[in-house]
Design a protein around this ligand. Structure first.
Ligand SMILES: NC(=O)c1ccc[n+]([C@@H]2O[C@H](COP(=O)([O-])OP(=O)(O)OC[C@H]3O[C@@H](n4cnc5c(N)ncnc54)[C@H](O)[C@@H]3O)[C@@H](O)[C@H]2O)c1
Ligand SMILES: [Zn+2]
Length: 376
């Protein structure tokens, strides 16, 4: 018997379980049957994921007398648009999906966000299940019910909070993930250690080489702990009015860098990796944490194979991009600052403080040293 881990997400009548089990994908038909699913099931996925998993998945659904309707999208962030939503809705309407029909989101965060949003608005809401296949999606985006698409004026600008009926995770799917995507996902995992769990952070310090080799027991443990932390944060603040914002640590600078790079030169997790270190450095420059905290975060980020260096954009450009983020409130950039490993606090940051830090860290940046290292 393979081990099944269950992490509950307790949100009243919108509660659901995250199930983590190696080999789950092969038994998906049976699991759906047990849930009482009948008839049509829409399988939304992208071409890369379909290449690896669609045939088997459609086979298991068929063996269980379920009629699978595959909806295969172009991969990548460029697909996260209203146009793709229209394409999904067209397919659902054409195949006469009803209120009770189910959608499966098989893929990374892009497929998950798109499928969730289509499920939220088709006939005012139909059920969907997240079956995440990237580390970002297994550890982060499939849990919590944020769904949506990008707009040309901003990422994730259009969307809805809409919870899945379940999140089913098969860590074996991570074996086919390209290395760049794998490493990018590690940034989100490191984030959890910094914001909420010093022990988990220490585990990542210790086990990073096994994690980079995708050792199954370490991968399963890391995905599970990430889901637990995400579930805990989300259940305490489903609609991001307060505590949920701690999940944005690394993302204030991260999102700005991602946007400045046109979502190509840096993929999400790569930008967040830089954000984790630079935001800690910024916290240190404001006296919020001491430099050992920055050094520890930098070491883990580097050990994961992520960059910790600011790309050479001007501070004015970076600040402007930070102001564009939709997390900005009343024109203020609110950052998430580590006080120590496992504990963060939220506070607004002043433009002058940001510029002073940027100039100080740049002035010694022949080796891209941090403000805090330099002030030893
Ligand atoms: N909803 C949320 O709470 C939330 C949280 C974080 C990120 N996100 C969103 O998630 C998206 C990023 O997600 P992502 O990093 O998973 O990117 P992604 O969905 O674009 O997947 C990355 C790449 O990996 C490929 N892929 C996926 N699974 C694979 C597998 N098992 N084997 C081989 N290839 C595979 C995909 O085809 C794609 O090319 C962004 O749009 C971001 O905004 C949402
Ligand atoms: Zn993220």
């Amino acid at each position: 018997m393979t081990v099944v881990s269950t992490v509950p997400v307790s949100l009243g009548e919108r509660s659901y379980d995250i199930l983590i089990q190696a080999g789950l994908l092969e038994r998906l038909g049976g699991r759906l049957k047990k849930l009482g699913v009948k008839g049509k099931v829409g399988v939304v996925t992208d071409r890369h994921v379909a290449r690896h998993y669609a045939r088997n998945l459609l086979g298991t659904l068929k063996r269980c007398d379920l009629e699978a309707v595959p909806i295969i999208l172009a991969p990548g962030e460029q697909s996260k648009t209203l146009k793709t939503i229209e394409h999904i809705l067209d397919a659902l309407a054409r195949h006469r999906f009803e209120r009770s029909s189910l959608l499966l989101a098989l893929g990374g965060g892009v497929v998950g966000d798109l499928t969730g949003f289509a499920a939220a608005i088709y006939q005012r809401g139909i059920p969907f299940i997240q079956i995440p296949t990237t580390l970002v999606a297994q550890a982060d985006s499939s849990v919590g019910g944020k769904t949506g698409v990008d707009h040309r004026l901003g990422k994730n600008l259009i969307g809805a909070f809409y919870q899945p009926r379940a999140v089913w995770i098969d860590p074996l799917t991570l074996r086919t993930l390209p290395m760049r995507e794998w490493i990018a996902g590690l940034a989100e995992v490191i984030k959890y250690g910094v914001i909420a769990d010093e022990q988990f952070f220490a585990y990542l310090q210790r086990e990073m080489s096994g994690l980079l080799r995708r050792q199954p027991d370490i991968v399963a443990a890391v995905v599970k702990r990430s889901c637990e932390i995400k579930a805990e944060v989300v259940t305490s603040d489903e609609r991001e009015s307060d505590r949920r914002r701690i999940l944005n640590y690394g993302h204030t600078i991260g999102h700005a860098l991602e946007a400045l790079g046109g979502y190509e030169s840096l993929i999400h997790g790569e930008a967040v990796g830089i954000g984790l270190v630079q935001e800690a450095d910024l916290a240190c420059s404001q006296g919020i944490c001491d430099r050992t905290v920055v050094a520890k975060i930098r070491d883990v980020v580097q050990a994961a194979g992520l960059s910790d260096r600011m790309p050479p954009w001007s501070p004015a450009k970076v600040w402007k991009a930070m102001l564009h983020d939709k997390k900005v409130s009343g024109g203020q950039v609110v950052g998430v600052w580590p006080e120590r490993i496992g504990y963060v606090r939220m506070a607004p940051i002043d433009e002058r403080v940001f510029h002073r830090w940027y100039a100080d860290s740049r002035s010694m940046s022949a080796g891209n040293k941090s403000f805090c290292k330099a002030s030893v």
